[in-house]
Design a protein around this ligand. Sequence first.
Ligand code: TMP
Length: 218
Amino acid sequence: MSRGKFIAFEGGEGAGKSTQARLLVDALNARGITADLTREPGGTAGAEAIRALLLHPPKDKSGGDQDQGWGAPAEALLFAAARADHVAKRITPALARGDWVITDRFVDSSRAYQGGAGALGDETITALHKIGSGGLRPDLTILIEADPAQVTKRLAERDGDDSDAIGGRDARYHAEVAASFRALAQADPAGFVIIDGSGTVGEVNAEIMQAITELLGN
Ligand code: TMP
């Protein structure tokens, strides 16, 4: 049994990653490939519990000023812990069975959000990933880039006033996330493909199918 392929979708908020990940899984299934659709933070019961802590940090009972959510190091450790559980219990076993795994975000989100925008640096995040998850890399990371104006509109429709602790950070933070993703992709052209997310859902899907041709062995 040959190992399955591992594909990660990355990008800022509202870029269309979840929709495109689902469409890719459907397309793979239609070709007779078993593909597990998962997400980060999350994908296992433990990692989903950590997701809730990360996106909705518990409030200090006093409601005082010290209640400012997680600091950048605690946040990075929690993401790494969630990922360690996800890799050990779900991703690695699926790949070993020969299934493909398609994940909506993986370690490059930690590199862009906590390492880049959160200023912890890439070495720190990479070291945590080595400890937690053996440094596992996707066979291909699909970075979907979206136009900020289009994203603001999509997020307003999706979240309204209900954004989470990370999605609700200011525009400068999210611009740094986008710049970090781009820099990571440009530094590793064999590991990443950059997709323009401004087209229709069908157009973006067609670009993605083109990008994975090699992995399909066609
Ligand atoms: P999402 O799954 O709805 O995109 O929400 C997850 C949020 O968590 C999103 O704001 C990106 C953020 N995130 C990080 O900051 N670091 C990470 O490693 C991951 C996986 C997500």
